[in-house]
Design a protein around this ligand. Structure first.
Ligand code: DON
Length: 307
């Protein structure tokens, strides 16, 4: 029997389509030119079924949605205790590109803001690894999570690198605070490459479903993320994943999530499923306008809210 889920997802998408406020991210010129009609939604269950609707084969750069997965790799490569010395777990309440160092410890507040993500990136493999070693580790891990070989979008990488003064500034401050040990420019180059990896909503739903499945990729059966990392990552996604609208998100949608400036959002409902949405127009907090609407609808209809 044909599953009714794709038709349902198609309806959710069509109901979100009339919402055309917001603009694509303007600070990276390749993203500013994004086709704003693009919209997609996908759900992957922990037993490996994937359902999707809309522009589900359109690739876009993963951007900040890479952050929870790279945080997981940092924990695996360095141990949680060491990572906690360098990156905190408190919501900053500020925009994602603010420095937000914690008073007293000097740690960036959490790994979902840029400062914390650059610090987490610099911990992958080892503190003296090269950019290529880190990016290769990240690219291979994200590919295993998605279930296909992913690649860096060189145009997005070049566009972001040529205007990276703000992230460079954050990285120099991290270096001055003793939170990264490598060259700040190398940390930012690697971080921007990590953000420039291309994915589609089906990839992202499967990556989120791996988190929901305790770190085991539902289709391959491979453990890609340790149980300890998954717990830490989902906790931080719950409190910090949607930037300074994390509180509104958790009250209204009610699942751990992460958004990115190219218009993607993932959500992970532990033990059940991963979901992903995509549409390039962003609200003032940097979250996809149609994406948030679709997630609210899915959560309401399907009772995803954890409470
Ligand atoms: O660091 C940056 O500015 C981007 N490469 C990633 C930011 C991002 O996706 C934040 N999302 N809302």
């Amino acid at each position: 029997m044909k599953s009714p889920i794709p038709d349902y997802l198609g309806r959710v998408l069509e109901e979100a389509r009339p919402f055309d406020s917001g603009q694509p991210a303007s600070y990276i010129d390749v993203l500013a030119q994004a086709d704003t009609s693009r919209s997609a939604v996908a759900v992957a269950t922990v037993d490996g079924s994937v359902y999707s609707a809309g522009d589900d084969e359109v690739d876009f750069s993963i951007q900040s949605i890479s952050k929870p997965f790279v945080y997981a790799l940092a924990i695996q490569d360095q141990g949680l205790a060491y990572v906690l010395e360098k990156v905190g777990v408190e919501p900053s309440g500020d925009a994602f590109n603010r420095l937000s160092l914690e008073t007293g410890t000097n740690r960036p507040m959490n790994p979902m803001i840029n400062a914390g993500a650059v610090a987490a990136h610099a911990l992958v493999v080892s503190t003296n690894a090269t950019v290529d070693q880190r990016v290769d580790r990240i690219l291979q891990a994200l590919s295993r999570l998605a279930g296909r070989q992913l690649k860096v979008d060189e145009a997005v990488y070049a566009a972001e690198l040529k205007d990276a003064n703000r992230n460079m500034g954050l990285a120099y401050m991290l270096k001055a605070a003793g939170m990264i040990s490598c060259d700040p420019q190398e940390a930012v180059r690697g971080y921007i490459r990590q953000c420039s990896i291309n994915v589609n909503v089906r990839d992202l739903a499967m990556m989120a479903a791996t988190l929901s499945n305790g770190g085991v990729q539902p289709v391959s059966g491979e453990r890609v993320i340790s149980q300890e990392s998954v717990r830490q990552v989902l906790s931080v996604m719950t409190t910090c994943g949607m930037y300074n609208s994390s509180g509104d998100w958790i009250a209204s949608v009610g699942i751990p999530a992460k958004s990115g400036v190219s218009g993607g959002i993932i959500g992970a409902l532990p033990g059940q499923l991963g979901l992903a949405v995509f549409s390039p127009r962003l609200d003032e907090k940097g979250n996809s306008v149609r994406g948030v609407i679709m997630c609210k609808q899915l959560s309401n209809d399907m009772g995803f809210h954890m409470m």
